[in-house]
Design a protein around this ligand. Sequence first.
Ligand code: 3H9
Length: 679
Amino acid sequence: MSAVTTRKDGDVLVVSANNPPVNALGYAVRAGLQAAIREAQADASVAAVVIRCEGRTFFAGADITEFGKPMQEPGLGVVCDEIEASAKPVVAAIHGTALGGGLEVALGCHYRVAVPSAKLGLPEVKLGILPGAAGTQRLPRVIGAAEALPMIVFGDPIAAKKAHALELVDQLAGEDSLEADAIAFARDVAKKATHPKSSQRTDKIEESKKDPGLFERFRKENARKLNKLEAPAACIEAVQASVELPYADGIKKERELIMRLMASTQSRALRHVFFAERAAAKIDGIPADTPTLPIKKVGVLGAGTMGGGITMNFLSAGIPVTIVEREQAALDRGVAIIRKNYENTAKKGRITAEQVEKAMSLLTPTLDFNALADSDLVIEAVFENMDIKRDVFRRLDATVKQGAILASNTSYLNIDEMAAETKRPESVIGLHFFSPANVMKLLEVVRGAKTSPAVLKTSMELARKIGKVAVVSGVCHGFIGNRMLSQRQQQAQALILEGAKPWDVDRVLTEFGFPMGPFQMSDLAGLDIGWSAETSKSASVRDVLCERGRRGQKTSKGFYDYDENRKPSPSPETEAIIAEFAAKSGKPQRAVGDEEILERLLYPMVNEGAKILDEKMAQRASDIDIVWLNGYGWPAYTGGPMFWADTVGLDKIVASLGKYGVAVAPMLKAKAEKGESFN
Ligand code: 3H9
């Protein structure tokens, strides 16, 4: 079947695109649209045209898989121009998502009709580029620069109703009668003598000109957020051009900017992330027809911070949860925190009071372990200790119905050892949520040696349902994320003993793009997690800091000193403690440069990533990237550790690891020697 077909409905030419799954505007679609518009011009019996899409959505954008390859004519800009130049009115009939090039096609049309559930947006910035088929010039002409600016710079879509209020959509259609409504609309407007061409509109631009400070204000207000990103700055520049330059010059500017961005490392990285996220959802080595299990009822064991956060994911998705604790006080505390979290979200206007009550009504708190019996999935979030976990799995095996999934939220421990305590190791899996579990996107799905394909597939699909980005990991200490993190932690500790200051280590990482560094992180979490005053023997910097009451932000001092507004400053006491330890080690402290700090923190992680890949603990290098992007704040515009390593050059990393005395992983070495990359 061809990508674009036409049919006549009386005097309206209905142009239908069909390019599953999302009607991306690949070559065949562009050529088909161009031919259809030409057909309409040549056919005297056609009075108007409707452009619509089959399947789940209107065009979701240019075909990203074509990026970086030579463009086959006609380009999307040309197609949009031909649509706009049509002597007969063209109406876009929008359902699903009109995104990127899809919205640009709609802006080329003279009119837009949409169903209320549709979303419209220009998300190109998220791929490190900008709308390149006149979107930066047409959208401000239709809705004004002040409204177009955030849409283009942040890339978030707006709902059809808002688009209607902004006059981006001319008419809302019935949810089930889009095609018929659009045809009727087209027939109606065909009676008019002239039709609006977005590129020639001046009304909204004249209004925008009355606020010449708009762009500088916007830049200033968002400076921190947009800090190191190249695309948003270019987006602002392009929208500014739409106000300050004639249309043709604005288009030239847009072209210039997109060419530059398209070739940038940031854009390559962000496009990698787009496909990496989708690849991560795919499980290697299981038959395509693997069935999934229905998950209608979830049990959570442990109402602490993790258990509560995990519970919220399911409640928010409308899945009832039974939460079990050993003591009433702990249970009450856990439930109260869940409620408070929901109420705080409601206060910020992100959910309604009814939604809070709806979620809470799905929660059954109890002290009765047997209440877990009829759960389809139980996740244990008890203390991180193998003996306790083993015991929990024995009890779950004896209590929970056959066929249910038995999951552990362990962040380091061996899932297979837990599974071995049950008579159904095929039902056991690791579901490693990241704290705060109701917020963090990442879920490591840990595949045990005997985990069944159905349990694995069900877990991956469930993750998507509760809004997580899931990555499959094999069983190894710390799985993908924490295993790599421990390399960074080791280096951070070594660096401060050698003479780097904790605040320099943190600064180098935040300058790289992490939201915070390891010492800021420790102070935030509390240095006394897993530390005990009774057993502490002044054996490490952390021990001594805790012994002296420096337990992090909560005590107003940790690695840093904090003022009453929690503003950190370097601590002379911390420095002195570190210096004492350094003296004991016998090695004199020295000045450590930023480059060394960065290389020693990040290259050993890449090295560990290579081992993880080699051992097949991760299915693919891009999965490792997804773990770090979604669980640890690795900056997306560098693509994640493994993609970033490719951009640095594997030979450079190997040489540097050797210099710092880190044993190079065989896979990394081999790839570097062969000139290969991870992606
Ligand atoms: C652009 O338009 C540039 C222009 O300005 C012109 C410049 C000249 N291309 O996400 P899903 C694939 S830039 C190719 O799981 P959902 C995706 O990889 C573009 N492929 O579905 C996946 O493949 P697979 C601006 C694409 O229902 C499958 O479709 N537009 C594209 O959760 C299903 O995707 C965007 O950035 C594409 N454009 O979400 C929108 N889009 O099955 C990008 C998707 O093999 N797309 N695929 O893994 C999205 O945001 C979501 O896909 C969407 C559907 C919301 C549409």
